[in-house]
Design a protein around this ligand. Sequence first.
Ligand SMILES: Nc1ncnc2c1ncn2[C@@H]1O[C@H](COP(=O)(O)OP(=O)(O)OP(=O)(O)O)[C@@H](O)[C@H]1O
Length: 319
Amino acid sequence: MTEFSPRGAGVAIEVRGLRKRYRSTVAVDDLSFTVEPGMVTGFVGPNGAGKSTTMRIILGLDAADGGTALVGGRPYRALARPLRTVGALLDASAVHPGRSARNHLLWLAQSNAVPSRRVDEVLDLAGLAAVGKRTVGGFSLGMRQRLGIAAALLGDPAVVIFDEPINGLDIDGIQWIRGLLRSLADEGRAVLISSHLMGELEDSADHLLVIGRGRLLADTSVRDLVARASGDRVAVRTGMRTEAMTALADTGALTTIADGETVTVAGLPIERVVALLTHHGVTFSGVSAHRASLEEAYMELTRDAIEFGAVERDERAAR
Ligand SMILES: Nc1ncnc2c1ncn2[C@@H]1O[C@H](COP(=O)(O)OP(=O)(O)OP(=O)(O)O)[C@@H](O)[C@H]1O
């Protein structure tokens, strides 16, 4: 990225058996995962799933009730120069409104032994060079997000943790952050970003940690998650729907009429479907494996967590 190359690239985040409770609320429930260097890991789950709490614990801002959260093999508080190891954006509004963006970064740099020339580098990197002298009070949410990201990158850290970084950004901002996340990962850094919207992560993340009610629901590559959700579902376009269903009836596969011309088949590989239809003289104009969208896969995984939240809210409203 700069001559300030990331010492310690190759550093991972390791979370093991993490637990956190706030009174009767279990926020994090026996969570274990590793965030590998060199890739963008998306941390996704519905509102209240425990993402921010987990990030706060990794950053030493909250104490766990059990388990460990290590960065480069150490708890955050044991890092000699934390800003140079981990850069984080948690709450973009947590900046003194009367300070200029540049002075805010200078103050952070000085208190963390980061050379002041780095301030102009990160202002530039975040697209804020032209507004560095303006006070933060007049910044839009998107500009504050950029300033928060500039601050996180001050120490050229090997690990970056951004909580909902896409929130509040316009289309240009979203494109910019996607490119930034990719280049940070390509430089060998471990990149962890949270979102409650799977769609935001679809084009950004290589790997996904899906969380619901404080528990890990999936630890998977984007590709595997979609493949698993798609299962063995095949769509057959045919004018001989009844004959097609009869031909497949004895196989134990579940066949349904999807629309006027399509029969979907669950539980049978595509080659078997084609072989059986051909054997029974059923003609068809197309056969394709059904590909679930990432959003469908995510909804499937988090359905219970969302329903639980809705039930809780309903109960509270009824009281
Ligand atoms: N300081 C706190 N005091 C009490 N309860 C808390 C506190 N922080 C979080 N919680 C609760 O812990 C649970 C997890 O919250 P958390 O903010 O970690 O979830 P999240 O996945 O980041 O959600 P969001 O996307 O809404 O930020 C929620 O039920 C929340 O209400």
